[in-house]
Design a protein around this ligand. Sequence first.
Ligand SMILES: Nc1ncnc2c1ncn2[C@@H]1O[C@H](COP(=O)(O)OP(=O)(O)OP(=O)(O)O)[C@@H](O)[C@H]1O
Length: 628
Amino acid sequence: MSVDTHKETRQFQTEVSQLLHLMINALYSNKEIFLRELISNAADACDKLRFEALSDDALMEGEGELGIQVEYDKDTRTVTVRDNGIGMSRDDVINNIGTIAHSGTREFLSRLTGDQKKDAHLIGQFGVGFYSSFIVADRVTLTTRRAGMGAEHGVRWESDGSGEFTVETVEKAGRGTEVVLHLKKDEDEFLDEFRLRHIITRYSDHIPLPIAMRKRDDDGKALDEWETVNRASALWTRSKSDISDEEYKEFYKHVAHDFEEPLTWTHNRVEGRQEYTSLLYIPKRAPFDLWDRDRRHGIKLYVQRVFIMDDAEQLMPTYLRFVRGVVDSNDLPLNISREILQNNRLIDGVRSGSVKKVLGLLEDLAKKDPEEYQTFWDAFGRVLKEGPAEDYANREQIGRLLRFASTHTGEATQNVSLADYIGRMKEGQDTIYYITADSHTAALHSPHLEVFRKRGIEVLLLSDRVDEWLVSHLHEFEGKSLKSVAKGDLDLGDTETEEEKKAQQEAEEQVKDLLPRIQEALGERVKEVKFSHRLTDSPACIVLSEDEMALYMQQLLKQAGQNLPDTKPVLEVNPTHRLIQRMGEETDEARFKDWSSLLLDQAVLAEGGQLEDPAGFVKRLNTLITHG
Ligand SMILES: Nc1ncnc2c1ncn2[C@@H]1O[C@H](COP(=O)(O)OP(=O)(O)OP(=O)(O)O)[C@@H](O)[C@H]1O
């Protein structure tokens, strides 16, 4: 087979150029991380090779000892990171280096502000990887050969980071990848033995592969002998007491490809019927692609310390997709595939054990450090809310982790637990009340809250998209049922005083002919018209039945193209309201019809619904304002 060896010059994807420029500025104060990133990539490449070699021993090419080398050369002013991992083919290089596979890159770039500190955080979230080389280098040469391909299939990639790169096919005897950084003028600090060793032990001690540097003679001359400078033992296999927080944190950055420290973690060795070790982390911040279904970097699965796969989604349910870390099983076969993982009893056991650990970890965090828990909730609460639907068996425990906004403070921050709510319940109240709406403000101002305000009963304000889904699966918590204040009949027990009952009756009596008149005026548009016990300030509201979806959700699903049966709401009117009393005095039937329509339409609007005939609504409104 002839080999295409020509040298070609290509442009970076526009986003890469932009990112490089911003990254170099934003991360300059943290420039040493380039070494961590390159070592991390090298370690991943070795893991991948070890795994692929399980089914194709030839890939090892007779050299089974995997490792990473770091060296520097003062004369050429270069730092080199070398691995004998899986390597890359010419196509791999073009696809992986020079483009960003991340979805949402453009949106990400648009969020950068130019403020260095903020941008550094964002870029960290996004993942800097290989490109961080350009923080310290003005030319980077990557030479690589994919394991199993002949020496003539080596590839050299080179760029000065300014917009273009070249790719050519070269001879490369050993498999794997070598990255040579030609340092910028002022970066001589990295041509220093002590400095490099220090960075390696600081950031990469936990990498389970030897990272070696050349031995030197007394004059500092590099010898042809190498010595390992990191501990090179898989962190999770060591005993907890032997691992410092610093090491846990650095390991997290490696597995999660995160720039920031994790919020917390749990490290467990399970013995008995099944043997496995798990080291699971909760990140501080939602990664850039949390909402992306194709996101990578979930849980890494190892079998007896051999890397099997990234993002083993079978090990964590979707509602815990933010968890990062490692599971290392002693029982699974080494040749396990994704397909086998799907229906594997052992995997099911590991998964339910890991879920318990994560939920326990979060519960502990919530108890011990509410502030940190709030950080977690703000980042991942919306994901965790998928839990009760997905993981029915653990719904009580998930229920304890939920946080909501509430009328107790009226603020948008979701910081009220169901237990807090229960603790503040009125005497005789045995229901947890909530309202769902498409924004916090809409929830807070809903007419349905009026009577609750009057009686001092707290209502949870739910305005995340996932909330309707959540409450349709979480019917009760600690023996108290959850109920929407906008659906079904409202029974506030004996919280109404005799006086209030009397006033209501009298008001109803005064306008008692009104209900059949409104019903007739609205015809098929409503199921029923009733006097309301919910309202104090508003003239009317819409009430749905228990099993109906809130109007704003119906709207949303319809927009997304779903066919929903038309629902007819119940219209409740407030007999004490001036508008209703005024309608009682209206003798002109055409005008009465307009009033009725207006009443229904404004109630629909307050509910976040959409009007079938908005122009008609505006016209009626204007007519009644001017002639009413
Ligand atoms: N030493 C290496 N050996 C083999 N492939 C590599 C090596 N370094 C990088 N790659 C390939 O290039 C891809 C891009 O690397 P890069 O460091 O830019 O991002 P990443 O590691 O995938 O993710 P992140 O940006 O989150 O760090 C990697 O996913 C890998 O496929």
